[in-house]
Design a protein around this ligand. Structure first.
Ligand SMILES: Cc1ncc(COP(=O)(O)O)c(C=O)c1O
Length: 458
């Protein structure tokens, strides 16, 4: 018997989940304006909306929480957190924030002015929005193969270095206050970025005097892909690979809700003490004092433990195999799965699964809703509802490069039989694909519209 993978943990506490009928789900979806963000979690059976903050913490993280020092200033928990960040990433300075978007907000509000441009391999929705609200321009420069769901290449999340250099020369480095790269590249199907590409991106930014920051949310998964896909790194430990990735960066923003396996938290880390001092002033106004930044001492303890546990090879091997298992199940169900399968999520090419629905009618949202009706499964669109935005020059809507549906997998939460169940619901959906209808936006806010949009079937 060949076993695809075995969970390297056993379960100490369970949370009941409830199955609903299709008729009930039709009512819930109608009441939610066809937007799964508006559906109550208790009306979802398997929740693959996001891997962010939805993981199950370990016994060591929970026991760490009991040690939480809740002092306002200089808490012991802060120093344990600081030590874990230094040990993992090599940055001497760190400021905690309540989550990743606050880290981005603090960094951008300090460094970026209206009219300036920030390049990234691909901005996530919150990084994009944090720049747009400042009147700045987020520019995405993932390699072209990142937008091809079929080519099976190891590092499709890479930055297109040629386009990056062209952009810097066109705009002038004085108009680029910082440059970023996102590992893994969530909006480009969770694809990893190679070590060479991280180092070459850093060198290019630095050649033009531009500070380089990494969006580090899924740093451990990215390091695992480097270890398993780049033969030069097969004998290095994940810890060594992580240090080598970050050695060339000036800092990072981090949503600890991903690869620190906690339910809330984030941070910004840097090499430059003067930048830390500038950001700290803003942090105190918006997040909290330097040594807690919007978190409690117990949250900082859980992050410190999570950062050490997430780089364990047993955990990472399980994590990637678990995700691949779901990807294979969805492929077998007949859905066009983006290849290769990423670390935290499986992405389905909804544009190809529902060719009768044009991108302007959001095939990703249509497929997400059909899956919810079929089995109470919640997923999210990563396509034009999330990413379409007006061209800064012409005002025309720029659509997302791909209309994807993301099945994000919470860490250490679902078992293999849960994933089998998702595969079966996908089979039902594929059979009904021809009758699934597109949607239009009835109302939406100007920024981050997917979270609150009210949708109507066309
Ligand atoms: C790549 C990336 N950057 C930033 C964020 C924002 O993090 P948070 O949700 O903690 O604000 C996310 C969240 O999903 C993400 O995936």
């Amino acid at each position: 018997m060949s076993i695809p993978f075995v969970e390297p943990f056993r379960i100490k506490m369970v949370e009941r989940i409830k199955m609903t009928t299709r008729e009930q789900r039709e009512e819930f979806l109608k009441a939610a304006w066809n937007n799964l963000f508006n559906v109550r979690a208790e009306d979802v059976f398997i929740d693959l909306l996001t891997d962010s903050g939805t993981g199950a913490m370990s016994d060591m993280q929970w026991s760490g929480m009991l040690r939480g020092d809740e002092s306002y200033a200089g808490a012991r928990s802060y120093f344990r957190f600081e030590e874990a960040v230094r040990e993992t990433f090599g940055f001497p300075y760190v400021l905690p924030t309540h989550q990743g978007r606050a880290a981005e907000g603090m960094l951008f509000q300090t460094l970026v002015k209206a009219g300036q441009t920030v390049p990234n391999n691909r901005h996530f929705d919150t990084t994009q929005a944090n720049l747009l609200v400042l009147g700045a321009h987020p520019v995405d420069l993932t390699v072209p193969e990142g937008d091809d769901p079929l080519i099976d290449l190891p590092f499709k999340g890479n930055m297109d270095l040629h386009k990056l250099e062209q952009l810097i020369q066109e705009l002038g480095p004085e108009n680029i206050p910082l440059g970023m790269t996102t590992i893994t590249n969530n909006s480009a199907a969770g694809q990893p970025v190679s070590m060479d590409n991280i180092h070459q991106t850093a060198a290019l930014y630095h050649r033009y005097g531009i500070p380089f920051f990494i969006d580090a949310c899924r740093f451990a998964e990215n390091a695992w892909f480097i270890k398993t896909r780049d033969p030069h790194y097969q004998d290095k430990s994940v810890r060594e690979i992580v240090l080598e990735m970050f050695r060339v960066a000036d800092g990072c923003t981090m949503s600890a809700k991903k690869d620190a396996i906690v339910n809330i938290g984030g941070f910004i880390a840097f090499r430059d003490e003067s930048l830390k001092q500038k950001i700290a002033q803003n942090l105190i106004v918006h997040e909290g004092f330097l040594t807690y930044g919007g978190l409690s001492g117990r949250d900082l303890e859980a992050i410190a433990v999570g950062l050490r546990e997430v780089v364990e090879p047993d955990y990472l091997e399980y994590r990637v195999s678990h995700t691949r298992y779901l990807g294979d199940a969805l492929s077998q169900a007949g859905l066009p799965v983006y290849q290769p399968i990423g670390g935290h999520a499986v992405y389905v090419d909804a544009g190809r699964a529902l060719p009768h629905i044009p991108p302007t009618q959001f095939p990703g949202v249509a497929l997400a809703n059909a899956l919810y009706l079929a089995g109470g499964i919640r997923t999210t669109e990563i396509g034009s509802l999330m990413f379409a935005h007006p061209d800064p020059l012409t005002g025309e809507q720029i659509l997302a490069p791909m209309e994807l549906l993301r099945f994000a997998i919470p860490r250490q939460v679902y078992t293999r039989s849960h994933l089998d169940y998702v595969g079966e619901a996908a089979v039902t959906c594929v059979k009904q694909a021809g009758s699934i209808r597109g949607l239009r936006v009835a109302w939406a806010p100007a920024v981050l519209r997917h979270f609150m949009a009210r949708m109507e079937e066309v």
